[in-house]
Design a protein around this ligand. Structure first.
Ligand SMILES: Nc1ncnc2c1ncn2[C@@H]1O[C@H](COP(=O)(O)OP(=O)(O)OP(=O)(O)O)[C@@H](O)[C@H]1O
Length: 274
């Protein structure tokens, strides 16, 4: 790779800490995992381990299957008619595609934040309390505590604490996205899936979400789909590069961006295609 590009990319990494990413146990593992829309194989026999407590970015050109693979981890694709999975997706030692898996509790353990903030047309308080109430928590002081701690974790408590009963639709886009993150955290998930969570946000709101990813790292296993390679480099420990449904390269972010093993990865990260 051209030395200048190499240096620029190396400069994108903010963390000084070198993490031995492969020493961590896998929290989720795709094992010859495929996803089909009808006859079309959108994800092709992917093998990949997402380590516990680390941040993994998924990158690749539009249509390569990033979102499909991400949504497979909490079985969101089940909601799409004609969509089916093949192979195994192992979470905590169990294949989540087993017939007897309780998908509702799986989605509590594997939270998700989408590209566009999808707040409910309810109060800020009720948005956060929604999941815990579904989990059976009715006690008001317990709910108050969860609402406050989730909003604090998503760094939005100070902005909303005096208007918890206001409709969440009245918040800015960046605030709504942090509210969605708080709502995902309120049910105490183990994994957080983020599908281009900043693509609808301005640079300031984007920076806040990226900072949050840094703060949540370690407490949650985070998997983030992004088109923004600087973002992948800034926030992730590991990066998966996908192309046409195949996992082309998966490795430590720093290495993948500075010394990719595959020519396709190098072409993509240097902007030669995609
Ligand atoms: N609901 C669907 N029905 C049929 N095909 C779909 C559906 N959703 C996605 N696909 C197809 O599956 C492939 C992978 O799509 P996916 O959205 O996972 O890619 P992506 O890498 O996330 O793309 P982008 O970066 O544009 O969001 C594409 O060819 C897409 O057209």
């Amino acid at each position: 790779m051209n030395e200048k590009i190499k240096m620029n990319q190396a400069a994108m990494f903010s963390a000084d800490e070198e993490v031995d990413v492969f020493q961590r146990p896998a929290h989720v593992k795709a094992d010859a995992f495929s996803v089909f829309y009808g006859d079309f194989e959108a994800v092709k026999r992917v093998d990949c381990e997402f380590p516990e407590g680390l941040v993994t970015a998924m990158i690749g050109p539009s249509g390569c299957g990033k979102s499909t693979l991400l949504r497979a981890i909490n079985r969101m694709n089940d909601l799409i008619p004609g969509c089916r999975a093949g192979g195994n997706m192992i979470f905590d030692g169990e294949n989540i595609y087993r017939k007897d898996i309780d998908v509702v509790s799986l989605r509590m353990r594997v939270g998700m934040v989408f590209q566009k903030p999808n707040v409910f047309p309810k109060s800020i308080y009720d948005n956060i309390a929604y999941g815990p109430r579904l989990q059976g928590i009715k006690n008001r002081s317990q709910l108050d505590e969860i609402v406050e701690s989730s909003l604090r974790q998503a760094a939005i408590w100070d902005e909303v604490k005096d208007r918890l009963s206001s409709n969440a639709l009245g918040m800015s886009g960046g605030q709504q996205q942090r509210l969605c993150l708080a709502r995902a955290l309120a049910v105490k998930p183990e994994i957080l899936l983020m599908d281009e969570p900043t693509s609808a946000l301005d640079p300031k709101a984007t920076a806040k979400i990226e900072d949050l990813v840094g703060e949540l790292r370690g407490q949650y296993t985070i998997i983030i789909v992004t088109h923004n390679m600087q973002q992948a480099a800034r926030v992730s420990d590991l990066t998966a590069f996908m192309y046409e449904g195949t996992l082309v390269e998966f490795g430590a972010t720093r290495q993948l961006f500075t010394r990719p093993s595959e020519k396709q990865t190098e072409d993509y990260i240097t902007g030669r295609f995609g």
